[in-house]
Design a protein around this ligand. Sequence first.
Ligand SMILES: [Zn+2]
Length: 67
Amino acid sequence: MAVPKKRRSKSKKRMKKACWKIVLPNLRPCPSCRVLSAPHMVCYQCGHYKDRLLVKPKLKKPKQKET
Ligand SMILES: [Zn+2]
């Protein structure tokens, strides 16, 4: 296993971590349901891709209150 030869200084470590940033995922609205979803992926909400239904969406049943 590769082992670092010298310890990296606090300054060098912090300089490297200073340019880390949060990158937002690339999202676009679904053409059929307008929910934001990843491009080139089946919409998780309606199961459509290129205006075709590929995956049947799982519908959540509302919880019934016990009386
Ligand atoms: Zn959709």
